[in-house]
Design a protein around this ligand. Structure first.
Ligand code: OMP
Length: 233
């Protein structure tokens, strides 16, 4: 298999966590998918460490090649983004304390709080700060757009996004399963905001991995699904 080592390592972690499931799953977008990636299953300490290391390595590698990805605050949208932001900022500081040791993380509350310190953001303020969003999965882009709206309304400047898994699906249309490839949710966000959107793994990687494992039935179902919803970019 010709995947880079960090992707192979992360795929192994996904296997250990049972995070990649094959079967029949109805997604948030109402599409019925033959597989599901569940980042909530990385709850064991060793798995969480491997996952945050994979995020941190991807961010560090991209940050070294592209200075526009420099950020002040790593923002993890509630709920699934919260442990991702906290553990990844910690890992980044492990990898390069001079560069990341003074960076912050924060997350939103789902319900606004009117007493105590008040407000919707816990952790570093987003105002006037360069923000990277960290989240689990992008399918149709709905969750990520909600996070972008929070950053805008808090006066932050979005400089990038990182997710664990890009399902490489087109943005939903009226005739959603017409089999005509359309622009991807990630591609649209990239274009609209002019920012990098990174993913540790994407669907193509999973297919390559399955082919190397000889999982004919799963590949067939994935190919059928991709024929309906695959993004054109
Ligand atoms: P979109 O908002 O359509 O981009 O879907 C992203 C969200 O869907 C993620 O934050 C997850 O809550 C959920 N999801 C997964 O976790 N794994 C998948 O494989 C697919 C989805 C999904 O429902 O599309």
């Amino acid at each position: 298999m010709s995947l880079p080592q960090y992707k192979k390592d992360f795929l192994k972690t996904c296997e250990d966590a049972g995070a990649l499931k094959f079967g029949t799953f109805t997604l948030k977008s109402k599409r019925v998918s033959p597989y599901f990636f569940n980042a909530g299953l990385f709850h064991r300490a060793d798995l969480l460490r491997s996952m945050s290391l994979a995020y941190a390595q991807s961010m560090k590698a991209h940050g070294e090649a592209d200075s526009s990805f420099d950020f002040d605050v790593l923002f993890g949208p509630a709920y699934k983004g919260i442990p991702l932001a906290a553990t990844t900022i910690d890992k980044l500081a492990d990898l390069d304390v001079a560069k990341y040791g003074k960076k912050s993380y924060s997350f939103n509350r789902k319900e606004a709080k009117s007493h105590g310190e008040g407000g919707n953001i816990v952790g570093a303020s987003l105002k006037g700060q360069k923000i990277v969003i960290i989240d689990d999965v992008i399918t149709a882009g709905t969750a990520i757009r909600e996070a972008i709206d929070i950053i805008k309304s808090e006066g932050g400047e979005l400089v990038g996004i990182i997710v664990a898994f890009d399902r490489q699906e087109k943005t939903p249309t009226e005739n959603d399963d017409d089999g005509k490839p359309g622009p991807s949710a990630i591609g649209e966000v990239r274009k609209q905001y002019g920012i990098p959107v990174l993913s540790i793994l994407k669907l193509d990687d999973i297919v390559e991995y399955l082919r190397s494992q000889g999982s004919e039935e799963n590949i067939k179902r994935l190919d059928e699904y991709r024929a309906k919803y695959k993004a054109s970019d």
